[in-house]
Structure formats: structure tokens, C-alpha cells
Design a protein around this ligand. Structure first.
Ligand code: ATP
Length: 472
């Protein structure tokens, strides 16, 4: 029996499917641009060829000028639309090619009664960058999310892409996220340290690159003063913490930025101790009370914040520029989930209350925070929704990108659970900034131990003790 092709037709009722004219009408209603633009061009070419040629020429020239003159806005606003049109109508997702792909991986479904073959329908495509396509699909009746996830590897092989992931949408639809290629092929060197504090803008600290090859900047002032970094062990969380510190180096040296560090793992952040002026706690126990040094450091930080508030209110100011009198107090809380193990006098609730208090009150007094966590669950990070900027590095489950970056992040391409646990992907993740609509794929500049020692030496003006030890 010869089979007729159809894409996701209604299966109820008659043995016949809708007539070709109705199918054409339905297709036109779904893709009005594919009807109106060619029709207008054809009609224009017949009725007023000169005007039509001028309009087409004007549009192409305009695009060319935009492409050359404003690469940043072109790449973000125009290129994704053109790329999506190209992929939709000339490449992988166009009629016969899409059906061939579905046939080859078993996504076709035969409708016995009508004698037709049905395929999942491509509803829309977004191509934010050249590396990722987000394809919304309407599955054939009877196909579930599992039907697609089970064929992920085959689909990726057929499309010749790195990987494919799926995410359920409303009304039974499915988002197919296609990672075509990896934007980051090399390690990004550690940020240069500016020599002078006047060269540093704490609202624009260089930390790495994004999937468009553009520099990524983070702010640690005002509403943007808080950053949450989530990722599995070894995913590269530390480089996201060290990068802004190098960008802030002269301000730290000049007393305009004070660092506070809670380091329960007692590893990488210990290297910063010579430049912290005692604002460091790693869970060391007090011999008399048995309490660790972490709660007292939190209390000192809160006291500093409240003291700043008092001074500002006495001066009658609601805002004060960063200065030696009103420095930026940046607290780093490494691996927040493990802190409960170190607090005999403070329960987990107190740690969360501490962080929530700083996040809600710290912005006017320049009390900022960078928090890292391997576990993005709400019971570990109940304050996560209060934090404006979040980074999700490699994680272990498909539910975690949304937990960290907000609902809908994964269906928009943030497939952090699919980032391979290999060296080429260390420090790679998705950044969601409050000021941006969706998460971008990013990679941190890599700050090695040598770069950290260089930072400490720059700030203190003395050789780093670890280097002296190694030299001895
Ligand atoms: N931005 C980066 N670019 C290249 N490689 C990196 C980057 N960041 C980290 N790495 C590599 O990944 C390794 C693990 O990084 P890191 O210690 O920051 O991970 P982590 O997530 O903090 O792990 P843990 O939770 O165990 O502390 C580093 O030793 C380094 O080799």
C-alpha cells in the first residue's frame, strides 16, 4: 500500500483526511509570512517592478549597513531571525527533510484507518545564537516526551549536532533544544588586573565570554549586588568567583572594596587570606565554646551593614558613592549547603535568614554577596528567587536549570544538565541576569592558582606565602 504523507492531522472521525485545499489554507494560516511575502513580491514585480526592486534593494542595503555598523545589535536582534528563517525553510526543519529525519529515527506514525503517515509538526524555531536552535514541536497523538528523549542520540546524529535535549511545554507540545556546536573552544585567560581604581567600574566587571563571543560583565552594586553560582563538583564555580576579584584588584588594594570569605571547604579561598584582614572563616572551632568561626563572621558582617545604615541615616543620605568611608563589602559564601554542618549555635534557618537579610538590605550600603552551591534545591537555597543574577554550570538533573535560573530556562535552551563533565566544558554554564530576558551560555575566564597569587601580591605588595614556601 502506498502511503500518503501528512503532518499531524486530526485523527478523529472519517476515513478520509481533510482535502488538499483545506490543508493548504491551514498551512497558510500557520505560516502567513510564507504566503504574504512571496505574493507581495510577485505582485510587485509585475505591477511596479522598479519600486519593488528599490524596496528590496533598500531592505538588503539596510541589513548590510546594520551588519557592518552595529554588530552587537545585529547579532542579538536580526541574525537570530534570519538564521531561524534559513533553518526553517532551507535546512533541517523544512518539509521533506524533516520528514526524512523523522522516518530515520522512528518518529513517523502510521494512521492505519486513513492510510497516512503522520509526523510531529514543527511549530516554531528560535536560533538565539549560531550554536543553539530551540524547536517547538507538536507531537503526533500518542507520542510522549519519552518518545523523543529515547531518540535523542539518533536525532543528534541525523542532524549532525553535538546534542539534543527535550523539555515539555504547555498543551502537550515539546521543545527540542539542539546544541549544534560548542561556542567555547579555548580556555579564556584570567582577567587583566587594572592598575588604577579609577579604571574599575564595579557595575561592569569583566568575567568571561558569552556564546556570541562577546565579553561578559557582572555588576556588584545596587540591585545587582548578588550572584548565585550553582554547579556540580568540579564544574568550575571558583573561576566565576575569582574573575570579578581580579577585575576589582586595585579597589581592593586601595581599601575601596573589603572582602569577606566563608570557606567551609578550606581549599581554594584560603589563598586569599593574606589580603582579607581577618575577614575569613573556615569552620575552625573555638576550643572553649565548641562554636565555629562562621557565625561570628556573619554577625560581624551584619553589624557592619547596620553600622553603615546608621551612619548614612545620621548623614541624611539614602545613597553614598563607594569610598573608603563607604566601601563595597563583598562577601563570598562558598558551598552554602555545607554550612549547616559548621553551625552549632546557628541552625540552617539562621544562615538563610542571614543571607536573606543581606540580599534584601545590602544594596544601599554596598554589601554584596557571591554564593556558590552544588545543590540548587529550594530547601537549601530558600532565598534563591531574591537573587538577581544566577549562573548554572554543569548539573546532574534536568530539573536543576529551572531551579536555578527560573522557570522556562531549560525550554529556552539552558540545558546545563547536558554539559559534559570533561575539561573543555569546565567553567561553562548559563547566566541569567535580571536585566536580560533569557539565559546565555557563558564561560568564565580561568583564574589559576598562579593568577590568584598574583592578585594577592598586587593587593598586599608582598610575595604570596604559598609562593615563598614553594621557592624555599
Ligand atoms: N573557566 C575555566 N576554564 C577552564 N578550566 C576551568 C575553568 N574553571 C575551572 N576549570 C578547571 O576545572 C577544575 C575544577 O574547577 P573548580 O575547582 O572551580 O570547580 P568547582 O565547581 O569549584 O568544584 P568544587 O565544588 O569541588 O570546589 C579546575 O581545577 C580547573 O582545572
Amino acid at each position: 500500500m502506498s502511503k500518503r504523507n501528512n503532518t499531524n492531522v486530526n485523527v478523529a472521525g472519517s476515513k478520509r483526511s481533510a482535502g488538499v485545499e483545506w490543508r493548504a489554507l491551514r498551512w497558510s494560516a500557520r505560516h502567513p509570512e510564507m504566503v504574504t511575502i512571496p505574493t507581495a513580491l510577485a505582485a510587485g514585480a509585475v505591477v511596479a517592478p522598479t519600486i519593488t526592486a528599490s524596496v528590496v534593494g533598500g531592505v538588503l542595503t539596510g541589513l548590510g549597513v546594520h551588519y557592518r555598523a552595529h554588530p552587537d545589535t545585529f547579532d542579538v536582534h536580526v541574525a537570530p531571525v534570519l538564521r531561524a528563517l534559513r533553518r526553517r525553510w532551507t535546512q533541517d526543519y523544512v518539509g521533506v527533510r524533516w520528514r526524512d529525519l523523522c522516518d530515520s529515527v522512528g518518529l513517523d506514525k502510521e494512521h492505519r484507518r486513513k492510510g497516512i503517515v503522520q509526523y510531529p509538526r514543527v511549530v516554531s524555531i528560535r536560533c538565539r545564537s549560531q550554536h543553539v536552535d530551540v524547536v517547538h514541536l507538536a507531537p503526533v497523538r500518542g507520542q510522549s516526551l519519552r518518545t523523543f528523549t529515547e531518540r535523542g542520540e539518533q536525532i543528534a546524529a541525523s542532524l549532525r549536532v553535538e546534542r539534543v535535549a527535550f523539555e515539555p511545554l504547555q498543551r502537550g507540545r515539546i521543545a527540542m533544544i539542539v546544541q549544534r556546536s560548542m561556542p567555547f573552544t579555548e580556555t579564556i585567560p584570567a582577567p587583566e588586573m587594572p592598575q588604577d581604581s579609577r579604571e574599575v567600574d564595579p557595575a561592569r566587571l569583566y568575567v568571561g565570554e558569552d556564546e556570541f563571543g562577546q565579553p561578559v560583565y557582572l555588576s556588584l552594586v545596587g540591585k545587582q549586588s548578588f550572584l548565585l553560582i550553582g554547579g556540580a563538583t568540579g564544574s568550575g564555580k571558583n573561576s566565576w568567583v575569582f574573575a570579578p576579584l581580579r577585575s576589582l584588584a586595585p579597589m581592593i588594594r586601595d581599601g575601596l572594596v573589603k572582602l569577606w570569605v566563608i570557606d567551609p571547604k578550606k581549599l581554594e579561598f584560603k589563598q586569599l587570606v593574606p589580603m582579607l584582614g581577618g575577614r575569613y572563616a573556615d569552620g575552625t572551632k573555638d576550643e572553649d565554646t565548641g562554636d565555629t568561626d562562621i557565625p561570628p563572621l556573619m554577625e560581624r558582617y551584619i553589624a557592619d551593614m547596620e553600622d553603615t545604615q546608621m551612619r548614612m541615616s545620621r548623614m541624611g543620605v539614602r545613597e553614598a558613592p563607594i569610598s573608603k568611608e563607604f566601601p563595597l563589602n563583598l562577601m563570598i559564601v562558598d558551598e552554602v549547603a555545607s554550612l549547616t554542618a559548621f553551625t552549632t549555635s546557628l541552625e540552617a534557618g539562621h544562615i538563610n535568614a542571614f543571607i536573606s537579610k543581606v540580599v534584601s538590605m545590602g544594596r544601599t550600603t554596598h554589601h554584596a554577596m557571591i554564593i556558590t552551591s552544588v545543590d540548587p534545591n529550594k530547601d537549601v537555597l530558600p532565598f534563591r528567587d531574591l537573587i538577581p543574577n544566577k549562573i548554572c554550570l554543569r548539573v546532574n538533573s534536568a530539573t536543576q536549570p529551572d531551579m536555578l535560573l527560573g522557570e522556562g530556562a531549560r525550554e529556552n535552551g539552558a540545558i546545563a544538565d547536558q554539559i559534559p563533565a570533561t575539561e573543555e566544558f569546565d567553567g561553562v554554564g548559563y547566566l541569567k541576569q535580571e536585566t536580560k530576558k533569557s539565559a546565555r551560555m557563558v564561560r568564565a575566564a580561568y583564574t589559576s592558582s598562579t593568577d590568584v597569587h598574583e592578585l594577592v601580591e598586587f593587593v598586599t605588595g608582598r610575595p604570596h606565602p604559598d609562593r615563598r614556601l614553594r621557592a624555599a
